[in-house]
Design a protein around this ligand. Structure first.
Ligand code: TRP
Ligand code: ZN
Length: 880
């Protein structure tokens, strides 16, 4: 485990290294317990650096087994070797010299899943962010770009497959049943993009013809017997390659592209040059084992990692403070890809739901940080929703402000100007300033300042003057370490909706720059006056969610009902309905808490029935529109003194009322939507299944268990099966049908842990205080493993983040259990433990009893002995 030095890394401390590593030759002699790594580095002293400057290489838990400088064994007093550092004091006087470093590793005992480890018998590596230093001593920082040549030696039977970055070279047998393979990557790259895979896997192959006619050999490597489940990922890969050529002019740049699926992985996937390594959850799918959501995730993540080849690999980051430069931009690109492949409106709503569910709580809690942080203790903890999702929103805003054409020009310039470089956020912003001649310095605050900006909007319409006056006031709430905020540049898309549902025109505007339906908000307060407005409009604000902000406006229920029916912007139409639902749920939970019966909103309930049957809206959209805000969404909107039990009761009551009032219509529609014909994972088919499953849930909330039971038993695909099982477990926990369905699912999939994860999650999120006992029992299931991140996230992660009533038990039992588990997991995998612990970040919003218990839990974790840097960083910031 990485020792916590307590060191804080600061952006302003960046300086170029004294030495460069121009070429890196690696030999791996693979062995489960004793792998030998020989690294030969061609080092060059930078111009102007004196020859007595020591060369200090990073390590992490390394054991030096040999060191040569320019071919001669190094003198003992020429260097100091420690597990975390190799210092060469006496460096040759020549500006260029060669270092040969030998280290020995034990892949089998590496449970942190960083560096070289084995997953199901397959050797694999994970080097981002600082895992390469667990393999050999190196300048392990993203601005050191080196050309890599790799030779892998392994047992022929255990590892017929041997992969690394770049293009394949020689391959031949060795004595003693071993063999070797050589790889060469012509593109200089940072060490975090290095990868190696060796093992015995099945493969799916295909080819792609690039825009200039070059042939690329594509391969996806998966466990034997699962090849058929990689077909969708392969299809998504080819579509991604074609899309990047078409939309960004980006062509692939190697002869081969390999993807490997492994079952033990800390994150979703990794963009290693020419050798993407994936969590198998984001590769394997067929109708029997994967839901439509799984298919959509696979498509998005395959695209994301592929797109990194240009945004991340060809142009990488100068330092880890610039992480959003590759991540935010690449998320933006994968969002656009999915929007083009599926439905743009549906995709946008899904993105905003994700942003609000994961990024808003981060921005509004103790872990808030800017999209480009200025300091960190543990970089692993900065792979956050803020860097990824808000980072993507910032790129999207640049496009909104500049328009599509200038945005593309800016991207072209970025690729041209910075190809082969390690760049910064400033470099990125400058290309857009250069192509547009606009000043983006105020806009740049989106990168530098944490917190979710708020706009308070007030509208006055004068019938006599036919003028609308908007007062827009901006504020940015304080965040840890940033009490005073500067004014931001917020692109606010809007529409003035007339009584016929169409947008009204205006003849003149003053008080702000308005173009293409977007108000440039830059000052604390704008008074924007529109003239020539024929009637009092309904205000549609932040259309398409043009900026990641919160808004308050004095809107009547009638306005919202009107927008929910008529707004021409489908996102805003969804937003109007969602706000109505949220307000109704907040009111109802207040009533429940006060011991009174909640009042049910008749007009909203009727509107739900209307929307369900609006055939001019695509089914996927109707499914999203009808989905009630989650318990976590409601808690976030309430903001303080949270009582999860009252929220659950309110939500159940509203769901039951919607299901009951619209029962006959929902049932009819449910039957109409029944899947006929062959399964297809396409967006339209998935949309129908989604709508049908939402209706199923409402009907069950209103008391009908039969339909869910019937759907479960008749299901011909996992989307129907898992949804039915979830509805049974949530709406009818403990019923004979539910117990029978759970047993049937377990029997069918017990040999396939990845599929069984759905079964773990469904049970972990069953509301109620007793679920803790279920979770405890499920950790004893033969398929459950604390060492596997997917299992842990499916059971413990789901319980702690998606089961508000179960996790926040008023007696604190779940917190105590959770702390024990986090501390247990952190002994093997600190990164996973730290990520789990972030579910406690919103503890201050709980009612006083739970708040005190949550704080105690955090304090207990914080005071545990020998805490990793990862977990210490999270708990200390959460408590601060
Ligand atoms: N760069 C990866 C991505 O965006 C993220 C990632 C994968 C990662 N594995 C990791 C980050 C391990 C930190 C540690 O897709
Ligand atoms: Zn990424």
């Amino acid at each position: 485990m990485r020792t916590d030095t307590g060191q804080v890394f600061k952006l302003e401390d960046y300086r170029p290294s004294d030495y460069l590593i121009e070429r890196t030759n690696l030999v791996f002699r693979l062995d489960a317990e004793r792998t030998e790594v020989v690294a030969e580095l061609a080092v060059r002293r930078r111009n102007g650096v004196s020859d007595d400057a020591p060369l200090i290489l990073d390590g992490d838990g390394l054991d030096l087994a040999g060191l040569e400088i320019d071919g001669i064994a190094a003198n003992a007093n020429a260097y100091t070797a420690a597990p975390d550092q190799l210092t060469i004091h006496a460096v040759p006087a020549d500006r260029q010299f060669r270092l040969k470093i030998v280290t020995r590793l034990s892949p089998d005992t590496n449970k942190a899943l960083m560096g070289l480890y084995r997953s199901n018998g397959v050797y694999c590596t994970q080097c981002e962010a600082e895992g390469f230093r667990r393999i050999t001593y190196f300048l392990d920082r993203p601005d050191i770009l080196s050309v890599y040549s790799v030779r892998i030696e392994a047992d022929r039977d255990a590892a017929p497959l041997m992969l690394s970055n770049g293009n394949p070279g020689k391959r031949s047998d060795l004595p003693d049943g071993r063999h070797f393979a050589e790889w060469h990557d012509p593109h200089p790259k940072p060490s975090y993009l290095f990868a190696l895979v060796a093992g015995d896997l099945g493969v799916v192959r295909d080819t792609f013809r690039t825009m200039t006619g070059r042939k690329v050999d594509l391969a996806i490597h998966v466990e034997h017997g699962k090849e058929a489940r990689a077909a969708y990922a392969m299809d998504a890969l080819k579509r991604s390659m074609a899309w990047d050529e078409e939309k960004f002019g980006r062509e692939y740049d190697l002869e081969v592209f390999n993807i490997v699926a492994v079952s033990d992985f800390n994150m979703g996937a990794m963009e290693n040059k020419g050798l993407n390594i994936f969590n198998d959850k984001y590769v394997l799918a067929d109708e029997d084992t994967a839901t439509d959501a799984d298919f959509a995730n696979i498509e998005a993540i395959i695209a994301h990692e592929y797109f990194h080849n240009w945004t991340g690999n060809r142009i990488t980051c100068r330092d880890w403070f610039q992480l959003c430069l590759k991540e935010g931009l690449t998320v933006y690109r994968d969002h656009e890809f999915s929007a083009d492949q599926r439905s743009r409106a549906v995709k946008r709503i899904a993105e905003v739901r994700t942003l609000r569910a994961h990024q808003f709580p981060e921005d509004q809690g103790p872990l808030a940080h800017p999209v480009r942080p200025r300091r960190y203790r543990e970089i692993n903890n900065f792979y956050t929703a803020t860097v990824y999702e808000k980072g993507s929103e910032v790129v999207r805003m640049i496009r909104t402000i500049l328009g599509g054409e200038l945005f593309r020009k800016g991207m072209d310039l970025y690729f041209k100007r910075h190809d082969g470089e390690a760049a910064t956020v400033e470099d990125f912003l400058r290309v857009f300033e250069d192509v547009s001649r606009r000043d983006l310095s105020q806009f740049a605050l989106w990168y530098h300042q944490a917190g979710t900006p708020h706009l308070a909007v007030d509208a006055r319409y004068s019938t006599s003057e036919r003028a609308l006056t908007l007062t827009i006031e901006q504020s940015v709430p304080p965040t840890p370490g940033e009490s005073r905020k500067r004014l931001m540049h917020i692109p606010l898309a809007f529409g003035l909706v007339g009584s016929d549902g169409k947008d009204l025109d205006w003849s003149a505007v003053e008080g702000a720059t308005v173009s293409d339906g977007v108000i440039d908000v830059r000052k604390r307060r704008h008074t924007v006056r529109f003239e020539g407005v024929e009637e009092r409009p309904c205000l549609s604000l932040n259309r398409e969610f043009s900026a990641p902000i919160t808004i308050s406006a004095e809107e009547t229920e009638e306005d919202r009902l009107f927008l929910a029916r008529h707004d021409s912007d489908l996102f805003s139409r969804w937003q109007a309905l969602n706000t109505l639902m949220t307000d109704a749920l907040i009111a109802a939970s207040g009533k429940v808490r006060g011991g009174r019966a909640p009042q049910m909103p008749g007009k909203l309930i009727a509107l739900c029935g209307e929307i369900a049957g609006s055939h001019e809206l695509e089914p996927a959209y109707r499914a999203l529109a009808l989905t009630l805000p989650s318990e976590t969404d409601i808690a976030r909107e309430i903001g303080s003194d949270i009582d999860p039990d009252a929220i659950l009761a309110a939500r159940n009551a509203l769901a039951a009322a919607i299901g009951k009032e619209n029962g006959a219509a929902f049932a009819r529609l449910y039957d109409e939507l029944a899947d006929t014909g062959a399964f297809s994972p396409d967006a339209a088919s998935a949309g129908k299944r989604a709508l049908r499953n939402v209706l199923l849930d409402y009907l069950a909330a209103a008391g009908d268990a039969e339909r869910a039971d019937a759907q479960f038993r008749a299901a011909t695909n996992m989307t129907e099966r898992a949804a039915a099982l979830g509805v049974l477990a949530n709406r009818h926990p403990g019923s004979p049908q539910t117990l029978a369905a759970l047993t049937a699912f377990e029997e069918r999939y017990r040999g396939d842990p990845l599929v069984l994860d759905k079964w773990f999650t469904i049970q972990a999120v069953v509301p109620g205080h007793e679920t803790l006992d279920t979770v405890r029992a499920l950790t004893k299931h033969p398929a459950f493993q604390f060492a596997n991140p997917n299992r842990v996230r499916a059971l413990i992660g789901a319980f702690s983040s998606a089961n508000q009533t179960g996790f926040h038990r008023p007696d604190g039992e779940s917190y105590r259990y959770f702390a024990d588990i986090v501390l247990e997991i952190e002994r093997g995998n600190p990164q996973l433990a730290a990520r789990l612990a972030t579910t406690l970040r919103s503890w201050r919003q709980l009612e006083p009893g739970r708040r005190a218990l949550a704080r105690e839990t955090l304090q207990r974790i914080a005071s545990a002995e020998g805490l990793s840097a990862d977990l210490r960083d999270i708990v200390e910031r959460t408590l601060a």
